[in-house]
Design a protein around this ligand. Structure first.
Ligand SMILES: *Cc1c(COP(=O)(O)O)cnc(C)c1O
Length: 382
């Protein structure tokens, strides 16, 4: 009996260049003052790249901690043998508390109830449970909303002996809009508020070992956002957090989505391609089929708008993107069945880059990366 853990025959694959990932970590670390830690954000399966492999690579390149969205994601990393500190950014479900204790996971707390739940789960264990208190300074998503609420949570933490206060953090809503006056003003307001709340905690006698606020955009904007730790995500994977920013720092896209041509058809003028006949040839054209579709994460909205790379040329996607296949116009290009096609290029300037596709769809590279489904095998390049 043959067990297939991943598709091994179809040419569609995501190449994950861990050497480029490690390069990005080193370039980002060079922006930090000595003593500032880096928490590498590996939520959503490492932005679609594969959280376990990404985590191992970034830790060996110098990241100090890992950040994930859910307790489940943290457990997967622990079960793969990763021992570095892992912070869960999201709210902790009550049912997850015993896993948090068992797997030595650091969690975000945003209310006194969280402390009680953790203290109950930790009862009888000898290990401390490390927590970071989340402050909502203007993101409007998670965290305590006032100094009084913060001091209340802090006092509950000091009363619950197994709970150890390791950090306080906030999240910025507009750090990728720092090129706009409005975004700058709002981000600066959040930073001021964060400093005020940290000061209030210190004046009340609390020691906060690790204060942190910066995602990729804030971290690249300047050291005044770094505090004791930064939490980059998208920049590690090689994308500039705001596409309008000058590429002052050498980030290299890590992921490349490739496949190979399965059919080449020489069509007459007036022939229809794909569902709904949204593309009809204008003259004699050569249309190639590739085995990748929206079930692999290629947005259907890219139909008749986006480009891919074939043998050094850039060619358009024609007709509707199907679930498992799509067609490209290779008229005038020297191609054969089996030739490689790059759908998401690792070259920043390519019309087939994720950034370019994201701009076309009025979204961000994050979304296209996270959309690449589990049907696409990830192959790691060291
Ligand atoms: C996702 C996330 C990050 C990383 O954001 P990027 O924009 O990818 O750098 C950092 N902190 C928190 C709380 C997050 O949710």
């Amino acid at each position: 009996m043959l067990f297939l853990v991943r598709n091994v025959w179809r040419q569609t694959e995501a190449l994950v260049h861990l050497d480029r990932l490690q390069h990005n970590i080193r370039v980002l670390k060079a922006e930090l003052s000595p003593g500032v830690q880096m928490m590498a954000t590996v939520k959503a399966d490492g932005y679609g790249h594969g959280a376990v492999e990404v985590s191992k690579a970034v830790l060996s390149a110098g990241a100090n901690q890992l950040g994930v969205a859910t307790v489940e994601e943290a457990v997967v990393l622990r079960q793969s043998g990763i021992e570095a500190p892992i912070l869960v950014y999201g709210a902790m479900p009550e049912q997850a508390a015993s896993a948090v204790v068992d797997y030595d996971i650091t969690v975000t707390v945003a209310g006194a109830k969280d402390i009680q739940i953790l203290a109950d789960a930790a009862n009888g264990h000898h290990r401390p449970v490390r927590v970071h208190v989340k402050l909502d300074t203007g993101m409007g998503r998670l965290g305590v909303r006032s100094i009084e609420e913060m001091l209340n949570v802090l006092s509950h933490i000091s009363d619950a002996s197994p709970i150890e206060l390791e950090g306080m953090f906030t999240h910025l809503s507009s750090a990728d809009e720092m090129h706009l006056a409005d975004g700058r003003v709002y981000t600066e307001m959040q930073r001021r508020r964060f400093i005020d709340w940290l000061d209030a905690a210190k004046h009340a006698g609390y020691h906060i070992p690790i204060a942190h606020m910066a995602n990729s955009a804030a971290m690249l904007w300047g050291p005044e956002y770094h505090f004791d730790m930064v939490r980059p995500g998208i920049a590690m994977y090689g994308y500039h957090p705001a596409s309008v920013w000058k590429q002052a720092i050498d980030l290299q896209p890590v992921l490349e989505l490739r496949t190979g041509i399965t059919r080449i058809a020489r069509m007459q003028a007036g022939e229809a391609v794909s569902y709904g006949r949204t593309y009809v040839t204008e003259k004699e054209e050569v249309i190639a089929t590739i085995p990748v579709g929206y079930a692999d994460g290629i947005p259907r909205a890219l139909a008749n708008r986006a480009y891919v790379e074939v043998n050094g040329a850039v060619v358009p996607i024609v007709g509707t993107v199907c679930m498992d296949q799509l067609m490209i116009n290779v008229t005038g290009i020297d191609v054969e069945v089996g030739d490689p096609v790059i759908i998401y290029s690792k070259r920043i300037e390519s019309k087939a880059s994720i950034q370019h596709h994201a701009d076309l769809l009025a979204t961000i590279p994050y979304e296209l990366l996270c959309r690449i489904t589990s049907r696409v095998p990830r192959h790691y390049i060291f």
